[in-house]
Write a protein that binds this ligand. Sequence first.
Ligand SMILES: [Zn+2]
Length: 196
Amino acid sequence: MDANDELKPYRNCGIQGCNDSALPLSEPLRCYNHIEDPDKWFDNVLSTTVTPDSQEVTRGSIARLTHDLYRNLLLNNPLGQDLYSDYKSRINNGNNAAYSFSDVVYFVLIAASSGIIGNFAYDAVKKSIKKLAMNNDPAEIEAIYEKVVRETKYEELRVQYHPDGSCIIESTSQLQMEIQTRYRLVTWKHPDCNHK
Ligand SMILES: [Zn+2]
C-alpha cells in the first residue's frame, strides 16, 4: 500500500464497533477518539507529508489540517476539556482575544494536563515550560501560562485526580521530555504558513 492510499479519508477505525473514520496515516487505524499516541501519530504525519523538497500543495494542506486536529486531540479528554473551558469562560468575559487560541495557548493547556496527570506541582510545570521558551521570552511564556491556567483551577483538578498524598515538587526529565515533544509538535509551522 502506498502513501496515497493511506491518505484516503474513508478507512474506518480498527476498534470493533467503532464506525468513525480513521485518522490519516494512523497505524493501526484509529479514529479521533481511539488514537493511543497522538504525539507519535502527528510526528509520523509530518515526516511523511512534509519533506524538505516537498512542493505539493496537497501535502502542505494535509499537514496543516492534521496539525489542528492534533492540537484538539490532546485536549479531547475530560481533564483537557475542564482546563479549556475554564480558560474559555474567562476570555469570553474579557478582552485580549488576540492570543486567545494561539499555538502557545494550546501548548500550555496541554502541558498543564500532563502535569496534573503526573501529579506535579503547578510551579514544576511552569519551570518546564520556561525551559522550552526557545525563541520566545521565558517571562512571556510564563505570563501566558499563568493567565491561561489558573493555579486554583490547576490545584482543584490535581487533587481531584490524585486525592491522596502530596504532589511532586520538582519537574522530572520524563515530564520535561513529554512537554518538549509537545511544544515542538504543537508549535510546528508549515514552511509555507506564516500564521502565529
Ligand atoms: Zn474509533
